[in-house]
Design a protein around this ligand. Structure first.
Ligand SMILES: [Zn+2]
Length: 263
């Protein structure tokens, strides 16, 4: 099986997976299906903090670049996880009147289904809802993955150029439309949405009042929405074309790649 055939088989098996159902051997062979387990909230927090301490930012950025240029969501996901972990507070399970943690929104215990985590990694390529198991696992997987960074970055350069040229009143849904139409981008609707949300987590698409997770920890379960009907995650939900791309965040992540920064 070639690498692309194996990737297609993995994607297909992840899509077909149903909780409690059979697990395709292709996932087991690829190490993507350890047994599901329950872990306590406090152990999950320590798992995340350990993965953050061991994370290699330059490696995760290289993986992200490869993931964009080669249209591979699973290589992009750790950048969202690293941004999400940046200011994540060490804390015990904290409840008053609710069932989930007041600080991070996780439950105790937490059900960790690795196949489900991998489905999100391969099909979305970003952390959803600030889930702490996703953050920890995506970072852990990045550390175990070799990066083959591309020699040139035409696709990411053209994505950033497209964002710079959007009108001031452009909303995330307009960006989504433009992104999916862009030549060379092969993202499903779900992947493209997740990609835009990842840029929010990383502080690239943010607003002065609503910074990304790179700047400030935000409990995604309690974060504000721009409107009742919005289904975009925080903070990209508040982003409009007028805010452009945050240059500090761009330099933080891509300072080694001047071709990606505004000329
Ligand atoms: Zn918590």
């Amino acid at each position: 099986m070639t690498q692309s055939e194996q990737l297609a088989a993995i994607r297909q098996a992840l899509k077909a997976y149903r909780k409690g159902g059979p697990i395709d051997p292709v996932l087991k062979d690829a190490g993507l299906a350890p047994d599901a387990r329950d872990i306590s909230h406090d152990d999950a927090v320590q798992w995340l903090l350990k993965a953050r301490a061991e994370a290699d930012k330059a490696h995760i950025v290289r993986m992200f670049l490869e993931g964009v240029e080669n249209n591979r969501a699973e290589l992009r996901a750790a950048l969202s996880a690293l941004a999400s972990a940046t200011h994540f507070p060490d804390h015990p399970f904290t409840v008053t009147n609710q069932y989930n943690c007041q600080v991070c929104s996780a439950f105790d215990p937490l059900e960790v289904d690795f196949v489900k985590l991998n489905r999100i990694r391969y099909q979305c390529g970003s952390v959803l809802s600030g889930d702490i198991a996703q953050i920890a696992y995506f970072l852990q997987q990045a550390a175990a993955t070799e990066a083959s960074p591309p020699a040139t970055l035409p696709l990411l350069s053209s994505i950033f150029q497209m964002i710079r040229e959007l009108p001031d009143n452009a909303r995330p849904k307009d960006l989504l439309k433009s992104l999916r139409k862009l030549k060379g981008v092969k993202m499903t609707d779900e992947e493209a949405r997740s990609f835009i949300e990842l840029l929010g987590h990383c502080g690239i698409l943010q607003t002065p009042e609503h910074p990304g997770l790179l700047q400030r920890f935000t409990n995604q379960g309690l974060s504000p929405s721009s409107s009742r009907s919005s289904d975009w995650s925080y903070p990209v939900d508040f982003w409009r074309g007028e805010y452009g791309m945050n240059s500090k965040a761009m330099t933080y992540w891509f300072g080694e790649y001047p071709e990606l920064l505004a000329q």
